[in-house]
Design a protein. Sequence first.
Lengths: 160, 160, 160, 160, 160, 160
Amino acid sequence: MVFALYPGSFDPVTKGHLDLVERALPLFERLTVAVAINSSKAPTFTVEERVELLRAALPADPRLEVATFRGLVVDYCRQQGIGAILRGVRTVSDFEYEYQLALTNRHLAPGIETVFVMPSVQYSYVSSSLIREIVRNGGDAASFVPPVVERRLRERLRPS
Amino acid sequence: MVFALYPGSFDPVTKGHLDLVERALPLFERLTVAVAINSSKAPTFTVEERVELLRAALPADPRLEVATFRGLVVDYCRQQGIGAILRGVRTVSDFEYEYQLALTNRHLAPGIETVFVMPSVQYSYVSSSLIREIVRNGGDAASFVPPVVERRLRERLRPS
Amino acid sequence: MVFALYPGSFDPVTKGHLDLVERALPLFERLTVAVAINSSKAPTFTVEERVELLRAALPADPRLEVATFRGLVVDYCRQQGIGAILRGVRTVSDFEYEYQLALTNRHLAPGIETVFVMPSVQYSYVSSSLIREIVRNGGDAASFVPPVVERRLRERLRPS
Amino acid sequence: MVFALYPGSFDPVTKGHLDLVERALPLFERLTVAVAINSSKAPTFTVEERVELLRAALPADPRLEVATFRGLVVDYCRQQGIGAILRGVRTVSDFEYEYQLALTNRHLAPGIETVFVMPSVQYSYVSSSLIREIVRNGGDAASFVPPVVERRLRERLRPS
Amino acid sequence: MVFALYPGSFDPVTKGHLDLVERALPLFERLTVAVAINSSKAPTFTVEERVELLRAALPADPRLEVATFRGLVVDYCRQQGIGAILRGVRTVSDFEYEYQLALTNRHLAPGIETVFVMPSVQYSYVSSSLIREIVRNGGDAASFVPPVVERRLRERLRPS
Amino acid sequence: MVFALYPGSFDPVTKGHLDLVERALPLFERLTVAVAINSSKAPTFTVEERVELLRAALPADPRLEVATFRGLVVDYCRQQGIGAILRGVRTVSDFEYEYQLALTNRHLAPGIETVFVMPSVQYSYVSSSLIREIVRNGGDAASFVPPVVERRLRERLRPS
């Protein structure tokens, strides 16, 4: 049985991410949702806040854990004895990028396999960046993110 | 732990298919490679021959079995208690077709998830139909199919 | 104000087609849903049956009519004083094919514009051919086609 | 009959934009070309300059007006009683991005439909950013933008 | 300096093909336009007719010749001392198919390189099959094929 | 016979670039690998360093030279009497971007043709940016770049 990693920036976690976790959970013995620490981007939420929102939004399940990692995804997998990387694909652009990443990771760590699952079609068109754009412009993101995230997004991006 | 189905026409099995099986085998408790019985196509090999070639080419592994099925993939999965459908994706065209198929299957059977794995890049450009075309025109397909299949393809498509 | 044509084979009409008609209807003064008479294909339903199913499935609306045409779409538009061709696009493959068709039609008839609308995301992955495949294999197509079409499909493709 | 909005950054307006307006104008009762006020980007021309260039380049037509808007496109449409959003698509990448945007807008405002029209093939490969790049490097953009824009682009990007 | 082969079915030759030949001619010492003899398809014109139409439509140039070949493209190249295969790409679907073909040919004959050139944008949306469809339906194909081909197409596809 | 230009940022040169040069060299009388001087980007290596790494990595061949250029590619080609622009394409996204660029360049300089060659499949998924990311995160890039580049990348991106 295999341990899996679901890496991402989760800035913030969306209903699309949660849907993917729910679909993938039965496939693995343990699933670690891991926030990548990437110093070069300017995120909306800090790594700590993103972890906290993930913890609040994810279902309580002994097979599920939240973590952070720095450096290459495959190095983290090797340290943790993780054999599969989980990724969602929604669009052709997603697919091409994920394909290149998966082949690069396979080259760097031949024993670790990337596994793709498709999110529910009702979340297929929403990305974290589109959601931030909606909230920044005064729109309602409640259909795209869980309530706790929706409130925090409004506080962060629409302060006045 | 999950039982998985790798459905296809396998007319004939290629090194790309074998590579995918090898990659996916550690992810599942049991993996059934299943030839779809589709009366409307004119195949190169009969269903029985395709099963025989799969048996000859696949590694001996207690988790691995070969089967045939008629009708909807999801109906066969439900009958057999299978929770995951395995598919390989290599190209954008593959991806779009598989995406539509996966969403249709999810609608028909919500509890069964389609899981995508990418074949090795060295097999990313070969399909069964391209291989048949090569053999039919006198080319050498030994890099693309296992020896037993290569011999049978030559006999079938280049008889004289 | 503009008259529009929604051409297709409609073999048979799906909920995706109906959704597109509903979305496009407010945009035009009159919308003609027209079955292309194409002698080279082997359809599941005759042209007459397809027209009958369209009539049964489409809402009663004075702006909406059902027709058939033979020959080039643009010639029919010119005969009928129609200034816009309506088409749905769901996937990248759809898009590329429709793009080539639209540019060819524009070249043949510069005054007639092709207009694209996207069907509801819940119908984005279903095509008439996938639906026929489902019914032929004993699956339930009731979510994808209106009741009258579902019954006729079962009679036609699953007679015994 | 429907009022339509053609939103964009128009930095600056190109012959491709003008071609699209000309094609779409007969389809609608009124067409508003609207510059999105987006504080986060560093534009080449100010919003006022972009409006001025649009006014200079667009044909005089009572159905056509130029505007600016802040916030969500769909909120502006609702305020103005606009029922259709016009967008041009030229490439597969355009298509995927526009598809996601259109589905998001439909979710936020179900009664407003996005309508796609294809620009003339001779403008299918030029974008505002490519045009700026050409002028910045001393190239001649006269085939891609109207004369008034060409002069202003040269002044702005090639001052010495 | 390199000899090149431009293989295809040319059923019939279009202005897009001629444009590609004109663009590629300066790049090579000799360019052979070669009709693939493919017994499994039902062509509109015989191989002999297609060769005749190519001869009539191509410019007189000592570097240019017309030929036919049977079997694998790379085998023909090797027999003729040809080092490059010329192909046109217009769309993403073209690209994916040609990519797979080029990688397969490279595997079969490592010393022979496939070279891609893009046809003029005004021919980017026309294919031989679309042209046949236009003529069959009574449309005018004179903008897409040279006069000699246009006449022959009309005789063949619109006999009455 | 034709002189060709292979323009790029080469920040730094990869095995994919070297593979493309090796494949394209027999096709041309002279091949100039040229680093574009682009003041607006923040490169990892200076133009001088990139030229130096190209000189160290490229094979010694009288037909091959390294250069730099400022401004439009087509202006540089005209100054140097170069008739062909060489570009590699690996993915659909590459293809769309290169297609737009090639058509723009053709419009600006009708006599200069862009020629596409595909890199070896084993380098099809690696880009300079992905390689920089690997090295920055402590990964091993030795399979993707020549030894001299690998050492310099480590010094530059992993100083401590």
